[in-house]
Design a protein around this ligand. Structure first.
Ligand code: GLY
Length: 443
């Protein structure tokens, strides 16, 4: 079976790793950078932007691809799934219409409202700065300001975290509208939700979903959750599938919201097939929806895909055949801690073209998994790009051991200009999160 994975980041390296566990698979890749991990696994690759739909389709046809998996969101917005399907190539990813759940944040909020799905926040969108200002004042400046379209997770600004007061809020609103950040002269203003965020990833066959263990990502660049937003600096998950601040009942409510979203998409005539994930926040008033994404999370898929015991390709086929309800998914019950290595200056001005030395065999000996991200391999050396470089995932029964393994493995990644958020998955930071949630619940 010929399988094409679109994308060259760590999330896609983890997808390729999961695909490679299946028997009789020939792996192909389309990536714009030369990811050394994917290069090694693939029998062939095309160096091309994932958003060049025509070239990806042509490559898939030329190589008699049986199944395509798409990692990032940008090609979904351009209708890559639709074009591949039109050409008779099975693609386990949402269509352009279904992917609007991520690519148009206002559309997502409208859908959730129309179908009376729980987890809603007050919101409105604006193209007029003065009108936006009035709404921000109405919400006492306790708002999240979001471009309506895609920004790689870096466009959201939240009061108290990224700005303070009406002047700074309006200044960002103006920046988004004037510069069409996210592709439109429009801004979404949402009520700020206070709590602890978590990610719930699932497989969807259009009607049924199968959910994976909950994960917590760390969006902020610096230790202690400071600094600018990033694509995600690292994440952790627990062996029981929950999080230290997240109960089974909270988890089940998240699952129910995701299921209702898949049902709503179905009713709207855009059946959702492929991986989907909910970015939720647990607040004192229950679970609220932050975002719904039309793909796996990055870094969050690296916490869960390495634990899959069920054949990943079989799961993809069940999504496509709409037979997920018959499938019992099996996972190893392990805790995981994932930390990204990024170029110095990442999130502000990355140091590009800096060499990174990776002792892959030593990393392997620690038991950790290594996933390359946006690096470029030249000859036998690895160089940084502007984006995240690689991720290391520690896996163990206990979270503290997974964190220790991850840190040990990271000692074999060296570079003069790299940065890591070492506090992710540590006892201190996790206690802080649990205490935060307890305070909010008045415990
Ligand atoms: N973890 C953030 C994202 O994948 O968008």
């Amino acid at each position: 079976m010929n399988v094409l994975v679109v994308g060259g980041g760590a999330r896609e390296h983890a997808i390729c790793d999961a695909v490679s566990q299946s028997k009789n698979v020939n792996l192909y890749s389309v990536m714009k950078n030369l990811n050394p991990g994917i290069e090694r696994m693939a029998i062939d690759y095309l160096s091309e932007k994932e958003t060049n739909v025509d070239r990806v389709v042509e490559y898939a046809k030329k190589n008699n691809i049986d199944l395509v998996l798409i990692g990032p969101e940008a090609p979904l917005e351009l209708g890559l799934t639709d074009e591949l399907t039109k050409n008779g190539i099975s693609t386990c990813a949402p269509t352009r219409d279904a992917a609007r759940i991520e690519t148009d944040k206002e559309w997502m909020r409208n859908l959730v409202k129309k179908h009376k799905i729980p987890g809603q926040l007050r919101y409105e969108s604006f193209s007029d700065v003065e009108k936006a200002k009035e709404f921000i004042k109405e919400l006492n400046c306790e708002v999240a300001i979001k471009p309506v379209g895609l920004t790689g997770g870096k466009g959201v600004r939240i009061s108290g975290d990224h700005f303070n007061g009406i002047v700074e809020a309006v200044s960002y609103v103006r920046e988004v509208i004037d510069n069409k950040i996210g592709g439109a002269a429009k801004v979404l203003i949402e009520e700020k939700a206070v709590g602890e965020e978590f990610t719930l990833q699932a497989f969807s066959d259009g009607s049924n979903i199968v959910t994976l263990p909950a994960v917590q990502d760390h969006k902020r660049l610096l230790p202690g959750d400071r600094g600018p937003n990033t694509g995600g600096m690292g994440s952790y998950s627990c062996a029981n599938g929950l999080l230290p601040f997240l109960s089974q009942s909270d988890y089940d409510k998240g699952v129910s919201i995701l299921q209702q979203i898949v049902d709503a998409l179905n009713k709207e005539g855009c059946k959702y097939i492929g991986p989907i994930y909910g970015q939720f926040i647990l607040t004192s008033k229950g679970i609220k929806i932050i975002e719904i994404n039309a793909r796996f999370g990055d870094p969050e898929n690296m916490n869960v895909l390495p634990l899959l015991k069920t054949d990943f390709i079989e799961l993809c086929n069940c999504m496509l055949d709409e037979t997920l309800s018959d499938k019992k998914i099996q996972m190893r019950e392990k805790s995981t801690v994932c930390k990204y290595v990024v170029p110095e200056g990442y999130g502000v001005k990355s140091m590009i073209g800096e060499k990174i030395q990776v002792g892959e065999e030593f990393v392997k000996d620690t038991g950790a998994k290594l996933f390359y991200a946006s690096v470029n391999k030249k000859n036998d050396d690895i160089f940084t790009t502007s984006s995240r470089s690689l991720a290391v995932v520690g896996i163990a029964d206990e979270l503290s051991d997974a964190e220790e393994i991850c840190e040990k493995a990271l000692t074999y990644v060296k570079g003069d200009h790299i940065f890591i958020r070492h506090d992710i998955g540590t006892k201190n930071l996790i206690e802080k999160r649990v205490n935060h949630m307890n305070e909010l619940r008045g415990k």
